[in-house]
Design a protein around this ligand. Structure first.
Ligand code: NAD
Ligand code: G6P
Ligand code: MN
Ligand code: MN
Length: 434
């Protein structure tokens, strides 16, 4: 049987992971699932772990669920390690979102200054986990969701020698479901050629039953004021129709931060005043979810989980693990080493691209150069991720300032320095390398 370890097991998303393993039990016989957390997360771990046990019992699946704060014990002999932790919790996320706003800059979990700081907090922890894996389960696959997933994958590829690492995000699945909804068809009939970086991915071509529908899609996107093509955590601002007609690509929801920066900033500011930033909204959602999870009669994943932006991301993980385990050779969109698939990005860097999923891991499908209109932005974000990863590993102030300044959402060197200094101070508890 398969042994899986999930780090950050107390996450409210864990029931989705359980549902995914239950659903696939015949193909993917997971016998042991170890949910790992830290003392701050112990209570959540217990609640979610008890729900997980009720779920497998109800499904009649012989999956043993272990709850532990001892990561090293859990990792022994693991086949797959999934990571879904949040260093510093939602309080740290709230600071990532609030501080930049004071300087007129987008405050976001994975983009701009917030994304940089989430990376600075997360990368040392993931590299530490990999050191443990080297010792305790050197052949295991690391399936990482921990954001910023693109920067984290880049750091793993550059600063560790563990090659069996894949980054995952629910945005590509969400875009596919969004297109299906727009055309009123089942998502299985929709195929998208994805290429770019995490939260910076484009649909290069979109197909319905094998026919290219990009023109009709852009038509539909531009003729409905709110096209619904977004995630729960991103305001559904429509696109300028003529921009999409010129672009001829399907942008991802996060592209709004780059192509609609001032509108998104105003939107954030207003939301912050009315309901708080996304971290505060999520805090309330989480409280509601954990109240539900505590109910001893609940033994399935509650639909309320779909209010989280990451809905379906655990399902993406289960289906990736299943395809690696069974050498399925189906196509999934993951973050992996480029290896020349996107000509405009260094071969050794992480990209988010369609891959054939084999037992040796994802094999990226070559797309050539990205269209010239977006190539530069994608390269700039890759440069930002590389410099940010270097700052996370070295703890070098000047490198961190460089990363902050070259981020396209930050308007000047001086503002970059002000935001950097305030955020270094605010997060110092979780930044021992600085
Ligand atoms: P959360 O705040 O519920 O955190 C999950 C758990 O991680 C908590 O129980 C916490 O105690 C634990 N934790 C914190 N530091 C830890 C450490 N050092 N070791 C082990 N556990 C630790 O977060 P969440 O909302 O469930 O999200 C978890 C992570 O997944 C975040 O980084 C989030 O950005 C990411 N995420 C990614 C995607 C994606 O598309 N890739 C989708 C959803 C969430
Ligand atoms: C999206 C992204 C995730 C992100 C999540 C935030 O789905 O792909 O990477 O973590 O939304 O959702 P939340 O509910 O935490 O705001
Ligand atoms: Mn994501
Ligand atoms: Mn700049």
């Amino acid at each position: 049987g398969v042994k899986i370890v999930t780090i950050g097991g107390g996450s409210s998303y864990t029931p989705e992971l359980i549902e995914g393993f239950i659903k696939r039990y015949d193909e993917l016989p997971v016998r042991e699932l170890w949910l790992v957390d830290i003392p701050e997360g112990e209570e959540k771990l217990k609640i979610v772990g008890e729900l997980a046990r009720r779920m497998v019992k109800k499904a009649g699946v012989p999956l043993d669920i272990h709850l532990t704060l001892d990561r090293r014990r859990a990792l022994e002999g693991a086949d797959f390690v999934t990571t879904q932790f949040r260093v510093g919790g939602l309080q740290a996320r709230a600071k990532d979102e609030q501080i930049p706003l004071k300087y007129g800059v987008i405050g976001q979990e994975t983009n701009g200054p917030g994304g940089l700081f989430k990376g600075l907090r997360t990368i040392p922890v993931i590299l530490d986990i990999i050191r443990d894996m080297k010792e305790l389960c050197p052949d295991a696959w690391l399936i990482n969701f921990t954001n910023p997933a693109g920067m984290v994958t880049e750091a793993v590829l550059r600063y560790s020698d563990h090659k069996k690492a894949v980054g995952l995000c629910n945005v590509p699945i969400g875009m596919r479901m969004g297109v299906a909804k727009l055309f009123n068809v089942d998502a299985s009939r929709v195929h998208i050629d994805f290429a770019g970086l995490n939260h910076m991915v484009f649909g290069l071509n979109v197909y319905l039953d094998g026919n290219n529908i990009m023109d009709q899609l852009i038509d539909r996107l531009t003729n409905s004021d709110k096209a619904g093509m977004t995630m729960r955590n991103i305001a559904d601002l429509g696109w300028e129709p003529d921009f999409l007609k010129g672009l001829k690509l399907l942008p991802c929801p996060y592209h709004r931060y780059y192509f609609q920066t001032s509108k998104m900033f105003e939107e954030e500011l207003e939301a912050a005043k009315k309901v708080g930033t996304r971290a505060e909204v999520v805090q309330k959602l989480e409280e509601e979810l954990f109240e539900l999870y505590k109910d001893p009669n609940l033994n399935v994943k509650p639909p309320q989980l779909e209010k989280r932006g990451g809905a379906y991301y655990s399902d993406a993980a289960c289906s990736l693990i299943c395809s690696i385990y069974n050498d399925k050779r189906d196509i999934q969109t993951v973050n992996t080493q480029n290896n020349g698939a996107i000509a405009s990005i260094p071969s050794e860097s992480a990209v988010e691209v369609n891959c054939i999923i084999t037992k040796e891991g994802p094999k990226p499908i070559a797309v050539g150069d990205l269209p010239v209109a977006v190539r530069g932005l994608v390269q700039q974000i890759k440069s930002f991720e590389r410099v940010a990863a270097e700052a996370a590993v070295t703890g070098d102030y000047y490198t961190a300032l460089l990363a902050m300044t070259i981020n396209p959402l930050v308007p000047s060197d001086t503002i970059a320095k002000q935001i950097l200094n305030e955020m270094l101070e605010a997060h110092k508890e979780y930044l021992p390398q600085f």
